[in-house]
Design a protein around this ligand. Sequence first.
Ligand SMILES: CCCCCCCC/C=C\CCCCCCCC(=O)SCCNC(=O)CCNC(=O)[C@H](O)C(C)(C)COP(=O)(O)OP(=O)(O)OC[C@H]1O[C@@H](n2cnc3c(N)ncnc32)[C@H](O)[C@@H]1OP(=O)(O)O
Length: 218
Amino acid sequence: MPGARTSAHPIFTVQPREPLDERRVEHLSALAAEVRRLNEATVHTALPEEELTELTAQVRALTDRLDAARRAFPPVSGDGYTTPGEGMLQQIASPVTGELNPIAPPCRIEFLEDGSVRTEFTLNFLYEGPPGLAHGGVSAMVLDQLLGLAANNNGTPGLTASLELRYRRPTPLGQRLTAEARIDRIEGRKAYAVGRILNAEGKVTIEATAMFVMPMLG
Ligand SMILES: CCCCCCCC/C=C\CCCCCCCC(=O)SCCNC(=O)CCNC(=O)[C@H](O)C(C)(C)COP(=O)(O)OP(=O)(O)OC[C@H]1O[C@@H](n2cnc3c(N)ncnc32)[C@H](O)[C@@H]1OP(=O)(O)O
């Protein structure tokens, strides 16, 4: 693959990822933003069935066009997975933070000077669990990612070995949520992180703790 680059970690050597320049990321992000709108409109639409049939054919045609030039793996940007801190913004196809991934809210991450990470985001009805409320698994995904980024930002990246959540209050849809995470402690290969989600009033809805371990690969 021309220009393909892999990170230092062996797992990525079998999956070469194309690094994209800023301009291309912008174009693909604009496309993903429209697909995100499409996803939501699909759930909410009350159009009559004849129109839905016509629109289905149009969407199929668009997808066929995009798929005509298909990459084997999603691309990365810049240094992809390898760079702590800012570099992690480059995981552009992540289901949580990826600007290029239409299923990502997306959560835009701030890397703070004290090493913690933070994001402000809103969940719409695509992420509904109980009526009007965020799906607990979606909140778990956001927290897993955020705590993982805190571990990575600390220079101790790893896979999630455990993730524990305490759902204290319902997490609402359609209002600004804040999530934050930081490293609590390191024990050998284990990085322990803590985090939480807060509602628009600043009340904690979910508390999370997680442990990340970098796998020993040959
Ligand atoms: C492969 C490439 C990695 C790249 C690094 C990532 C870059 C990060 C960049 C950007 C982050 C973005 C954010 C991402 C966020 C999302 C993350 C996910 O979704 S991860 C997917 C879900 N998680 C899995 O699929 C893990 C599956 N499990 C495993 O692969 C293994 O079990 C693993 C690696 C966790 C540990 O396996 P072992 O063989 O390397 O090591 P052992 O010896 O079993 O454990 C090491 C120590 O940890 C303890 N340990 C392991 N699992 C534990 C657990 N569940 N609870 C408590 N302790 C546990 C053990 O007791 C041991 O402790 P003692 O050294 O003896 O003190």
